[in-house]
Design a protein around this ligand. Structure first.
Ligand SMILES: [Mn+2]
Length: 370
């Protein structure tokens, strides 16, 4: 039997809304031609309460599926126990079957597969919830058993602690475990644990340059094949600058965007700009807007921001007040630039009052003209 595993369609994802529909439709259409059943591992919708237009699109896409579809809800669709989530609504309007804490059996040509699903639960309860679900699960003799989840995985997500672990999953009595949530394509446990990744770009991260698609698992061969779907090309670039000006940055971006666009006119581009700017320029001074489908992460000037924070910290250690810190900063900034008066002194006089300020300036003016 052939089983298609699709995940994280994120229908209605606002930034790339039409991509979310088109690419999900391609995955479901293609899978329904090649597979006997389709498993949808959560985050079919991008938000808990989608627009009616998104729901309509979802119904249209899943009504085209020529084979049974089994789904669970993801964290993007998870709602309180007595509330309706959008996957339930989709299920009511199509043939999609929901398997939250529940299993179902599908039989074809004498071969039986049994699928147990558990929709997204808070990560810290995931292993417990799955153990409870397993207690209720009546495993069918002779069936090829599949577990479908939508959870984060300790070994795969940096900084994860309380998440479900692959080590734990390995101990479970399933022939295949499929998972959503993680938007990258991942294969573990010698091909027994599969994460197809999302069908649409959502994070604009370097890893998302990888092709989008779904898994097609063959129960006879016990092997999965990743089936690519046509998706909008995505490029991730990093640019490093050293004492750059506004136009240095903008020209380099324009040049590179032009190059990429020549071969891929409608692609998405993410650029991380990093490094230092010419003295006096702050990262926020650089105008980086005005490009369509180019997403720029501006990390310019971070060094000086770090050193500024360092200054505040060392000032705090010397137990200077915020006012003293500001005055010290002002004195340093104006040093050598203003000769007529001392910047910090003038500030103090301004705080005292207009008369005091004028008196101060007059005094210094006389000194200067001498
Ligand atoms: Mn997701």
């Amino acid at each position: 039997m052939k089983i298609a595993i699709i995940s994280d369609l994120h229908l209605g994802y606002a930034r790339f809304e039409s991509d979310s529909y088109i690419q999900a439709e391609r995955a479901v259409d293609d899978a329904s031609k090649k597979a006997d059943i389709i498993l949808c591992a959560g985050d079919i919708f991008d938000i808990k309460i989608p627009k009616l237009e998104t729901l309509k699109k979802a119904v249209e896409i899943f009504n085209r599926a020529a084979v049974p579809v089994y789904a669970i809800h993801g964290n993007h669709e998870r709602r309180a126990r007595d509330m309706v989530n959008p996957v339930q609504l989709l299920s009511a309007g199509t043939g999609v079957k929901i398997l939250h804490g529940d299993s179902d059996v599908f039989e074809k040509g004498g071969e039986i597969v049994q699928i147990l699903g558990m929709g997204s639960v808070p990560e810290e309860y995931a292993e417990e919830a799955l153990k409870k679900t397993m207690e209720r699960f009546g495993k069918k003799e002779g069936a090829f058993s599949i577990l479908m989840l939508h959870q984060s995985i300790r070994e795969l997500v940096p900084g994860a602690k309380d998440e479900m672990s692959i080590e734990f999953l390995e101990t479970l009595p399933f022939d295949l475990i499929v998972n959503g949530h993680i938007h990258e394509t991942i294969v573990k446990l010698g091909g027994k644990f599969l994460i197809p990744g999302s069908t649409v770009i959502t994070q604009l991260k370097k890893e998302e340059m990888a092709k989008k698609g779904y898994f097609l698992f063959d129960t006879k061969e016990r092997k999965a094949q990743f089936v690519e779907i046509e998706s909008r090309p995505f490029f991730y670039e990093e640019m490093k600058f050293d004492k750059a000006t506004d136009s240095d940055v903008r020209e380099r971006i324009r040049g590179r965007v032009g190059e990429i666009r020549k071969a891929h006119p409608d692609c998405l581009i993410a650029i991380k700009v990093d490094g230092t700017l010419k003295e006096g320029l702050a990262g926020t001074d650089i105008r980086l807007d005005g490009y369509e489908n180019v997403f720029i992460e501006n990390r310019l000037d971070v060094e000086s921001l770090t050193s500024r924070l360092e200054k505040i910290r060392s000032g705090r250690e010397a137990s200077l007040s915020v006012r003293d810190l500001a005055l010290r900063e002002l004195r340093e900034k104006t040093a050598g630039k203003i000769t007529l008066f001392d910047g910090a002194e003038l500030f103090e006089k301004l705080v005292e009052g207009a008369d005091e300020t004028l008196e101060y300036l007059e005094k210094h003016n006389k000194k200067e003209s001498k």
